[in-house]
Design a protein around this ligand. Structure first.
Ligand code: NAP
Length: 559
């Protein structure tokens, strides 16, 4: 595009992670003009940014793959049950190359500003490098865990050594050999980092505010039987996703079979199921018993089993006790890691309990807690993300009223199917708040959503509509459903990034927790009823829009 010109497109996709990459491919297949704007200097989204040592997926790679191309599925062989960050990034590069997508992806090009211009039925867009574009459709493929939480550790600026963040790990090799490393944060990122650094640095100090449950991943060989099943029929993979419950409440193909409530089993049988799941590894630890996510007594059985495992693994009873989580299991996302608790049997790894003795300040030479000063060369922060809204709020997106997409989300997200929000025509969110989002397979779900958007655009174009937006009443009804279906969950009371907490003490669970099957059913019922719940606006300005192609941006309404 020449300098100062405006590029007019059908679709602009924001983000070239696993969602954005497939979306670009799908929209191109539809014959649409499309560009993905990616703020990083590489594709991959979270799998580009989170290069920390030990980073790997916590869902079987046989499932955590694209299903849109049977040939792609058959040709790509994962080397392990859970692929590393590096292997995932290579896979995404392979996909971009194989399907010729690179020329449709602009790296180092963050979207900074978007304005919906109703007269044109288009978004006017500005990117960080000054590029100006317009698009009929704006598709946010920005992920739910993209924008890192601010490093709110007191006195961090005092530190004279190196500060690293797991969520923005440098591309260049970082040699921590022989150094005293302080790791703050014990979620999935912190735990995986711990297992990779233990024994490879001079001394590792793990600063733990809250102990979390880490169950074995049991990484190893790829499940070839499952791979062969999907390779023979990737539609099966899609169907498996669409008909699945969340938390695998239907058993989800588990070798343990469909679970029954914990009370249906005697103590020996309970223990046998738990042992088998422990040895199988993976997220199905959520579904050893049908009622463990909603019944505290059932949950206690599972939680106590894991605490016993920790006590059995960690030799120092005081350290073991500090590592034992106290809250109901599964009310925060389960961490999967092999060998995590074993790290604390090493002489060169120390657990620092900052729940009991908080960090007072970072000093020039280390971290001062209420229990003492820890001399450090490097601080690694694994503090988590501004989940769900972080990335959308980063971008100055406004409609003609001057609202942002999250203006009225102060009591929890308000979307229709997690795909759209009221007042923002033609703005789609892939795997957004109010969809299964982080509770379901993000490859398959991103594909499902991009397919839905592509079908929707085809419907609009084929029927003379220029825009679609959700009816405010439908948004209210869906948001109420999202909230009410989660009332049964113990995790609604937990301290999880999936829970929106209101000042009056009420809580809203952010993703749809009623099962992918019921989500798909609701969305497809709306689609089949000519997009019930959505308002479709007629395209009476097509010619005017065409005439505007390749002209400078018009004056915008107030923002
Ligand atoms: P996280 O689960 O939100 O954990 C953040 C950690 O930082 C917690 O231990 C938290 O303590 C601690 N923390 C935050 N602010 C702190 C402060 N000011 N002082 C001390 N400690 C502080 O973040 P995450 O580990 O990055 O994981 C987020 C999500 O990303 C996961 O749940 C998962 O969905 C995804 N993820 C997946 C993988 C994978 O697939 N393998 C890997 C990494 C992440 P508290 O618990 O006390 O708040």
């Amino acid at each position: 595009m020449s300098q100062g010109r405006v590029e007019n497109l059908d679709v602009v996709v924001v983000g070239a992670g696993l969602g954005g990459i497939h979306a670009v491919h799908r929209f191109l297949q539809e014959g649409l003009t499309v560009v993905a704007l990616e703020k990083a200097d590489d594709i991959g989204g979270v799998w580009n940014y989170n290069r920390y040592p030990g980073a790997r997926v916590d869902v079987d790679s046989t499932d955590y793959s694209y299903s849109f191309s049977p040939e792609l599925y058959r040709d790509w062989e994962w080397s392990e049950r859970y692929a590393t960050q590096g292997e995932l990034l290579r896979y995404l590069h392979h996909v971009v190359e194989r399907f010729g997508l690179a020329s449709h992806i602009r790296l180092n090009t963050p979207l900074t500003r978007a304005r919906w211009i109703p007269q044109e039925q288009r978004y006017h867009l500005t990117a960080g490098d000054g590029t100006e574009l317009t698009a009929r459709f704006l598709v946010m493929a920005t992920g739910n865990l993209s924008e890192p939480r601010d490093p709110d550790v007191p006195g961090l600026a005092n530190f004279g050594g190196q500060v690293l963040r797991t969520s923005r790990w440098p591309k260049e090799a970082v040699d921590l050999g022989g150094l005293r490393v302080g790791l703050v944060g014990t979620g999935s990122s912190g735990v995986q980092t711990t297992t990779a650094l233990a024994g490879h640095v001079g001394h590792l100090f793990v600063f733990q505010r809250t102990p979390h449950y880490a169950v074995p991943a049991q990484n190893g060989e790829v499940d070839q039987e499952r791979r062969a099943l999907y390779a023979s029929d990737t539609q099966f993979m899609r169907q498996f996703f669409k008909t699945s419950k969340l938390f695998g409440e239907d058993g989800g193909g588990s070798p343990l079979g469909p679970p029954r409530p914990a009370g249906d089993y005697g103590p020996a049988e309970q223990r046998e199921r738990l042992e088998r799941q422990w040895n199988l590894g993976g997220q199905r630890f959520h579904v050893v018993f049908a009622d463990q996510t909603s019944n505290k007594a059932a949950n206690d059985v599972v939680a106590e089993f894991v605490r016993d495992k920790i006590r059995g693994i960690v030799k120092d009873p005081a350290v073991a006790e500090r590592l034992c989580p106290k809250y109901p299991i599964g009310t925060r996302r389960l961490i999967q890691a092999d060998g995590y608790y074993e790290c604390f049997n090493r002489d060169d790894v120390s657990l620092i309990d900052i729940g009991e003795a908080p960090i007072e300040t970072v000093t020039a030479t280390g971290i001062q807690t209420a229990s003492g000063h820890f001399q450090l060369d490097v601080i690694v922060l694994a503090l988590g993300f501004k989940a769900f809204t972080g990335e959308i709020n980063q971008i100055d997106i406004r409609n003609e009223k001057g609202d942002t997409p999250t203006t009225d989300w102060n009591r929890g997200p308000r979307t229709l199917f997690g795909l759209m929000t009221a007042g923002f025509p033609n703005l789609f969110m892939l795997t957004g708040a109010g969809s299964p989002a982080v509770l379901a397979n993000l490859f398959t779900q991103n594909e499902y959503h991009a397919d839905w958007v592509a079908d929707c655009i085809r419907y609009l174009d084929g029927n003379g509509y220029s825009s679609i937006e959700p009816e405010p009443d439908a948004v209210t009804a869906w948001s109420d459903r999202v909230a009410s279906v989660a009332l049964r969950l113990l995790r609604l009371q937990g301290n999880d990034y999936m829970v929106h907490r209101n000042e009056d003490g009420t809580r809203v669970f952010i993703p749809w927790s009623g099962g992918v099957d019921s989500y798909v059913e609701a969305l497809e019922a709306s689609t089949a009823a000519s997009y019930a719940g959505f308002r479709l606006n007629s395209s009476d300005n097509r010619e005017a829009r065409a005439a505007r192609l390749d002209v400078p941006l018009a004056e915008e309404p107030r923002s």
